[in-house]
Design a protein around this ligand. Structure first.
Ligand code: LLP
Length: 407
């Protein structure tokens, strides 16, 4: 289904605007490359996501925004104002979420490598600690129990189930199969529940799944919810929540636009699966936790860059820009597509590769793209860069991390 929510970019009389303001005007005040974010769009995506959960009768939905997608303080602050919680995977993310005012009782902590000091901090960050440690191994559960014992506290934990499904997405970001490092197999969870020494200072409050990112097809999501439900029904512990993870994709390409599930379709699918496999079989109504990242922030951001120069090698044409793979690594890492748009449209187009300054051939934002013949200093915009852009940036080649500008 088509994703019909508006996005910040629009051409007006051949000039690119962002939230109605001419890009040239915005770029005059900032040096390129920089990330540009639209609060309006963030607001719209969060509200649409939450509203869809309510519309589709998801019990007491809690959105725990996946901070890894974009950890900008204003993004976190705004999401906090809208009522969002956070899904964090490090002490750094946890501290940022707390600083933005997010209630620890709305924070879940995922990740396979939580260290003793991270666990201690999360346990002590409020009277009740965080909402849940989403546990990914028995060894982690034992450590949490030991730390909680020392601190004379009870840690709230959820098991992340590895539902053994194959989410159709890039292999680097598919996480729901037993060959992946994430989560625990059902049999291991059941075994762990029967070991009293793991539970002296921990209490099981939920179960979670997260099967992958940039999901366009929801079949694996339904299968995973079925597995989650079967486990929840089987363990006979009154759970406070079921966490269905994140993963809903956005449309980076026309092809994805055609096949992508909308927020509404996603929510309807999740709700139907939960009702069919879980709620219809029990009186119990745990709340549902979501961990969306990309769907909330992907569309609100772009990377603005200037052309440094152009170059030709025989019949190859390169538009060399001042943003590189250190600013946005997705094309280099996942061969991900991002549209590259000129600030000024022209009817006359050439075929060109858009490349950055980094000394790797993978530092390329697109090959054989149709763009106007651009001159040094002209602006281009790399679209859909709000998620996993700035958070994955690096200093490679001793480059500065691009600034983030919030409109
Ligand atoms: N929950 C957990 C436990 C996760 O590991 C992730 C993402 C999310 C939620 C949020 O997933 P989302 O709704 O954003 O798909 N760097 C990659 C994406 C990596 C996703 C990692 N985990 C990319 O640029 O495509």
């Amino acid at each position: 289904m088509k994703n019909i929510l508006p996005t910040p970019l629009q051409y007006k009389k051949n000039s690119l605007t962002f939230d109605g303001i001419a890009l040239d005007k915005i770029a005059k005040k900032h040096s390129t490359p920089f990330y540009l974010y639209s609060k309006k769009t963030l607001d719209l995506y969060y509200k649409t996501f939450f509203k869809a959960a309510v519309t589709h009768e998801i019990p007491s939905p809690l959105v725990c925004y996946a901070v890894k997608a974009n950890s900008n303080s204003e993004v976190l602050g705004h999401l906090n104002k809208l009522g969002s919680g956070a899904d964090v995977v490090s002490i750094g993310e946890l501290k940022k979420a707390l600083k933005a005012g997010i209630d620890p009782q709305k924070i879940v902590f995922s990740g396979v490598a939580k260290t003793a000091s991270e666990i201690l901090f999360a346990l002590k960050c409020s009277k009740r600690g965080i909402y849940s440690f989403n546990v990914e191994s028995i060894e982690e559960l034992e450590l949490i129990n030991q730390i909680a014992l020392k601190e004379k506290r009870i840690a709230r934990v959820a098991f992340r189930l590895n539902p053994q499904v194959n989410a159709k997405t890039h292999k680097h970001i598919s996480t729901g199969n037993k060959t992946h490092k994430f989560g625990l197999l059902k049999s291991d969870i059941i075994e762990a529940l029967a070991v009293p020494s793991f539970w002296t200072h921990t209490t099981l409050v939920g179960l979670s799944i997260h099967i992958g990112s940039q999901l366009t097809d929801l079949k694996a999501t339904v299968s995973a919810i079925k597995e989650l439900s079967t486990l929840a029904l089987g363990i006979d512990i009154p759970l406070e929540f079921l966490d269905v993870g994140g993963g809903l994709g956005i449309d980076y390409t026309q092809a994805e636009r055609a096949k992508l599930a909308s927020i509404d379709t996603y929510m309807k699918t999740v709700s139907e699966a939960l009702h069919k496999y879980y709620y219809s079989k029990t009186e119990h109504t745990p709340r549902i936790v979501f961990e969306p990242g990309r769907i909330l922030v992907g569309k609100m951001g772009v990377l603005v860059s200037s052309v440094v120069r152009t170059k030709t090698s025989d019949n190859c044409h390169f538009t060399i820009i001042d943003a590189g793979m250190n600013d946005l690594i997705r094309p280099a890492l996942y061969e991900a597509h991002h549209d590259v748009l000129p600030a000024t449209k022209s009817a006359k187009l050439i075929i060109t590769d858009i490349v950055g300054p980094i000394c790797e051939t993978s530092d390329c934002f697109g090959t054989k793209r149709k763009l106007p013949s651009l001159k040094a200093g002209e602006l281009v915009v790399i679209d859909n860069a709000g998620a996993y852009g700035h958070t994955m940036a690096s200093h490679y080649n001793e480059r500065k991390i691009a600034n983030e500008i919030f409109l």
